[in-house]
Design a protein around this ligand. Structure first.
Ligand SMILES: Cc1cc2nc3c(=O)[nH]c(=O)nc-3n(C[C@H](O)[C@H](O)[C@H](O)COP(=O)(O)O)c2cc1C
Length: 224
């Protein structure tokens, strides 16, 4: 594999970044358009899993805050169903509060080695308590304890505080392994539009967009 250019070889950061290669992906298998975007997504996702791409289920979730400013973070995709794309987190976190006030989001996945991006946009709904409990219980005890600290994204002034809260939550879980944080939430992005982007070595990138049309889907090719 060719080595990336080193910062010291360039007069400024801009020149350094400009010299970095992009879209050197190998050509991924092609699939014809499917009846639903979920079906095509699962084919692409299956290609990523079969190729052992690292963390193929890592996705960027974009939300909007109370001031209308966009926010985004990486999280793990949990499921894909007829309803849409599922993820989970604490409802007291910034993303949880943002989704409560503006229940809409975008989810973006990029499989670099396949030169593929998927963008899902649409309204968001919260999963029911049984699903949230199941998702929570599927986490390891430590991940459950960490998820229940309830202060995600707050300023951490004393690391000992964090250790103390995690210890308390681990004690709670040891006493009652079926305990579920009442703040653990699953959410579903119900797709209004889903775009599939596939890199092409000749820069004739392929874009396919599905849009909701009643009970079905409209499917269009887009300019690259
Ligand atoms: C690979 C990866 C996976 C992550 N998975 C999750 C996840 O499933 N749920 C979650 O709440 N945060 C997850 N995080 C942490 C989020 O990126 C983020 O830091 C956290 O949710 C706080 O975001 P917020 O302040 O916007 O609410 C993950 C981070 C990375 C890098």
């Amino acid at each position: 594999m060719a080595e990336n250019p080193h910062r010291s070889d360039f007069p400024d950061v801009r020149a350094w970044i400009r010299a970095l290669p992009a879209l050197g992906a190998t050509v991924a298998p092609s699939h014809p358009p499917t009846r639903t975007p979920q079906e095509l997504f699962l084919q692409w996702f299956g290609d990523a899993v079969d190729a052992a791409l690292p963390e193929p289920h890592a996705a960027t979730l974009s939300t909007v805050d109370a001031d209308g400013l966009p926010d985004a973070r990486t999280l793990l995709l949990k499921d894909v169903t007829d309803d849409g794309w599922w993820f989970s987190g604490d409802d007291r976190s910034p993303k949880g509060r943002q989704l409560a006030s503006t229940p809409a989001a975008a989810l973006t996945l990029y499989w670099r080695e396949h030169g593929r991006q998927v963008r899902v946009r649409g309204p968001v709904r919260a999963g029911d308590p049984e699903l949230c409990a199941r998702d929570y219980r599927e986490r390891s005890p430590l991940a459950r304890a960490v998820a229940a600290t309830g202060r995600q994204s707050e300023v951490l002034t004393d690391p000992a505080d964090y250790e103390c809260v995690v210890r308390e939550r681990l004690d709670t879980l040891e006493a009652d392994p079926s305990w579920v944080s009442p703040h653990w939430q699953t959410w579903c992005i119900m797709p209004a539009a889903v775009e599939f982007w596939q890199a092409d070595p000749g820069r004739r990138h392929h874009r396919l967009r599905y849009r909701r049309d009643g009970d079905g889907w409209l499917c269009d090719e887009l300019y690259p």
